[in-house]
Design a protein around this ligand. Sequence first.
Ligand SMILES: Cc1ncc(COP(=O)(O)O)c(C=O)c1O
Length: 375
Amino acid sequence: MKLFDVYPVNDIIIDKAFGSHVWDDKGTQYLDLYGGHAVISIGHTHPHYVKRLTDQLHKVGFYSNSVKMPLQEELAALLGKVSGKEDYQLFLCNSGAEANENALKLASFYNGRKKVIAFKKAFHGRTSLAVAATDNPKIVAPVNETDNVVFLPWEDEAALEQAFQQHEVSSVIIEGIQGVGGINVASESFLRKIRSLCDTHNAVFIADSVQCGYGRSGKFYSHDFAGVNADIYSMAKGMGNGFPIGAIIIAPKFHAVYGMLGTTFGGNHLACAAALAVLETIQAENLVENAAKIGGYLMEQLRTFDKVKEVRGRGLMIGIDLPEELSFVKKELLHTHKIFTGEAKPNVIRLLPSLALTQAHADQFLEAFGKAINK
Ligand SMILES: Cc1ncc(COP(=O)(O)O)c(C=O)c1O
């Protein structure tokens, strides 16, 4: 059987990984500033993570949500503490798309309405409503098309107010920092505007934190910069440091009903052990603070390169917007300097490293980047 060929891949086989480095099958070392698409939060094969997962696997790897799972409660308590949202409720699932799907669904259950407001260049996942709320017609199949999603221009307060006049809005979904869309930071005033319109109209504010959450921005949720709370936060990527797990946290005003949401695999023992190891490490190693510090340093330095059009982002979620003539830089970084980075169309290099990235790693990247853009 052949693979269903949907991914354009680099011709590299990763054989070993540790911290912010990976090695290919020929032993070549790479600095990983991509983190497998923002997934590696505490560093590859972190010893505490490996131990917690291994110990758990020897006890019980999986049982379904039909029995009590103290690990889920432990995870809810620690996530509440580390994120500062202790009065929220946790629902565990398996991926970012599934988290958003559940968030949008829960919002609609809550206020009985259908219209979702999403924004230009948004990416919320590839499942039915999540993909319908994603601004990329190429990945929306005819069966996913719906009039229930209204796309508005990014940061346009007047358009947002008007949409609330025109529609019975169920929810507004927004990434605190758009990832796939090219690293666009939502302004604090725009997030506050969403909060106030949702309050006035009993609509649900959904903070998609799948990519920009879990400490990456220098705060636990990037929406926190606005100083207001969303009603539901969705998360995945960094949550399991590579173990598939997603979640939504849900404000106290939502009341759970048996059967309202559900999943077979979500919140299983191994996933909870992975997520606990991640949070314990984030706490023990002050990784949110490190993301703010190293990310701030990187952005400050990157802004000194004349050839760079713009540097956007927060913490360790950084977009380097390059002119067309420098479109080769990402490949140059990978093949000549052995550094993995991400990208966004048309010419943005995305840095999404582990939150444990050191100053020395940042300097190594800056030196290589200087050489690559001047090649
Ligand atoms: C902001 C955002 N939301 C949702 C998703 C979907 O997550 P997943 O690929 O885990 O379904 C992504 C994935 O890139 C994302 O960046």
